[in-house]
Design a binder for this molecule. Structure first.
Ligand SMILES: Cc1cc2nc3c(=O)[nH]c(=O)nc-3n(C[C@H](O)[C@H](O)[C@H](O)COP(=O)(O)OP(=O)(O)OC[C@H]3O[C@@H](n4cnc5c(N)ncnc54)[C@H](O)[C@@H]3O)c2cc1C
Length: 552
């Protein structure tokens, strides 16, 4: 019996339908999903779209299920009985997939399959390097707010004993200073929770569960500055093959041994899942790309030495005197409003952009404002975002904030960010609450001890010294962000449940944009400029409502 199948008139008989059924969400619909297939097979299937008139179900049947050279039976058949065999079979069929994947497409073919990779026990330096990947990778990282970081393993705190430092004369001092940070973190945890509770007592409307969660999160937030960049954490990455290949290449080219080791381990994991997509990270081409990245970094390091300011000791103080928030707006386009208005009108016009721009530039201010307001409309929530015309203006900010805030904001991807070295030279931030609770002295003592050591190590081993830098220390980084992404960042990152350190940066970004472009910032209605004693409390109360919990 035959049944009409897809819109291309393909006919699949009963037997063929039975063969296809486990691998597609629908045997007839023109829009359907693939399932129960390894990533390389899905990638190879999609890569054929550009070179064939056949339907995907037909390709799957003819070129994979019923083609002995594809290794399909071994990959998919045995995988059902024994998951481990699938990994072996993917490797065995690599030559076939190589031909299909690379032979029928360009680099973008490697975007057609993805993988989940867990990176456990990596330092915060490595976590940031992994999360520097912007396109095609989605990370998730263990939180310093919800997880307490003082658990020991085999009697040792969980931080990276960096091999370069451990082989140097600083080994003992490094361990002693970092142990000191973790000891202080451990010692301050309970007193900080108690002080938070004393300063923000529970009210009758709040359940003990919500209150306990919010106060513990607050204490973790206050103490995270004690954690050094060497602190080990877990990062989960979901990404496509091409993005992983580039990430591997960058990690291999790193001056830090930990990142090169992470690259090797990640390559090993990905070789089992999507080998054809990531193999070029280690081929001759990949090695040349690594050499290019390495050489660029080294050349610029040499060239820039000549231009370094000799006296940087007070650079942080100067910046903070000029901009107490630590956020300076360095560049913006004074003609942005007219250009945005032109971009709003453009898709509704037949004219060339230059003419639409001339028209917008000549409009009276009131008319331009009316066009902007029509575009932004009534935003009901922060998810209602203006469109691509708002990608026209770009703002460049120089930011000096603690590493904790940087760690959070670095995760935004629709912008250009670049950081300087993790250093102790710009001083550190003490949360005002710790001062109010009379707990700032041991905090400062542990951080200053680690900072002094980090400075000493940096004189000899500048790259590894970064592991000793506590998260309380300030880092400088630049952000170039378009207005549309600024709406997202400022509104998301000023929300009440956020950490005060990055809320302050988000609020300052908004304030700067509003100051130079009031009409463009008018629609940023969901930036929260308030201060909150217990940032997580409202979110926990909402969770209570979902759980149906009652105040106790
Ligand atoms: C209060 C709070 C707590 C958080 N806690 C944690 C935590 O404990 N651990 C943790 O790992 N993360 C945490 N995050 C999330 C994490 O830091 C986000 O990566 C960060 O907020 C960046 O936001 P974004 O992905 O929305 O924005 P951006 O990266 O700036 O992207 C802007 C928008 O572009 C789109 N976009 C960008 N990239 C992709 C993509 N690959 N796929 C689909 N759409 C994309 C999305 O619409 C996104 O909202 C937290 C965030 C907040 C606000």
């Amino acid at each position: 019996m035959t049944t009409p199948a897809d819109p291309w008139g393909d006919q699949f008989n009963h037997e063929e339908r039975a063969l296809l059924a486990p691998f597609v969400t629908d045997l007839d619909a023109p829009i359907f999903g693939l399932c129960n297939l390894p990533e390389v097979v899905k990638g190879a299937l999609f890569s054929r779209y550009s070179r064939t008139d056949k339907s995907l179900r037909r390709i799957l049947l003819d070129e994979f299920i019923q083609a002995p050279e594809s290794g399909f039976a071994a990959i998919v058949g045995s995988a059902r009985e024994n998951g481990a065999d699938q990994l072996v079979a993917v490797r065995q069929a690599e030559a076939f997939y190589e031909r299909v994947l690379i032979g029928y497409g360009d680099d973008s073919v490697a975007e057609l399959g993805g993988a989940h990779v867990a990176c456990e026990g990596v330092s915060n330096i490595a976590a940031k390097a992994l999360e520097d990947a912007r396109i095609g990778i989605s990370p998730l990282e263990k939180s310093t707010r919800y997880v307490v970081f003082n658990r020991k393993l085999a009697g040792q705190y969980r931080y990276l004993r960096e091999p370069g430092i451990m082989a140097s004369a600083y080994a003992c001092a490094y361990q002693s200073a970092l142990d000191g940070l973790f000891d202080t973190y451990s010692a301050l945890l309970d007193p900080t929770i108690a002080a938070v509770r004393a300063h923000s007592p529970r009210d009758a409307q709040t359940s003990e569960r919500a209150y306990a969660s919010a106060t513990r999160a607050k204490a973790c937030d206050l103490l995270r500055g004690l954690l050094p960049m060497a602190t080990l954490t877990n990062v989960g990455l979901f990404g496509n093959g091409r993005a992983f290949e580039y990430l591997l290449t960058k990690l291999y080219a790193s001056p830090l041994p930990e990142l090169r080791t992470v690259a090797g381990a990640m390559q090993h994991a990905l070789d089992a899942l999507i080998p054809s997509f990531v193999k070029r990270a280690k081929t001759e081409r990949g090695q040349e790309q690594q050499a290019y990245l390495r050489a660029m970094r080294e050349r610029v390091a040499v060239v820039s030495r000549e231009y370094q300011q000799r006296e940087i000791a007070d650079s942080a103080a100067r910046s903070l005197a000029a901009e107490p928030t630590g956020v300076s707006l360095v560049e913006f386009d004074p003609d942005a409003e007219a250009k945005v208005v032109a971009d709003i009108l453009y898709p509704h016009s037949d004219l060339p952009l230059a003419e639409v721009r001339a028209l917008a530039a000549a409009l009276p201010a009131a008319e331009r404002l009316a066009i902007l307001r029509a575009y932004v409309g009534e935003r009901g929530s922060r998810f209602h975002k203006p469109g691509r015309a708002f990608e026209r203006p770009v703002y460049t900010f120089d930011i000096l904030a603690d590493l904790g805030a940087y760690r959070d904001l670095q995760r935004h991807r629709i912008l250009t960010q670049e950081r300087q070295h993790y250093t102790t030279r710009h001083g550190y931030v003490t949360p005002p609450e710790l001062v109010a609770y009379d707990l700032a002295a041991p905090y400062a003592q542990a951080i200053e001890r680690a900072s002094t050591l980090a400075e000493q190590i940096a004189a000899e081993l500048p790259e590894p010294a970064q592991y000793a830098v506590p998260l309380a220390c300030r880092v400088r980084w630049r952000i170039s962000i378009n207005l549309r992404a600024a709406y997202h960042l400022a509104e998301l990152r000023s929300s009440p449940q956020g950490h005060p350190a990055y809320r302050q940066v988000a609020q300052a970004i908004y304030a700067h944009i509003r100051a130079v472009h009031p009409t463009l910032a008018e629609g940023m209605r969901f930036v929260d400029m308030g201060d909150y004693a217990l940032e997580r409390l409202d979110a926990e109360r909402r969770l209570d409502a979902k759980l149906g919990a009652q105040p106790q």
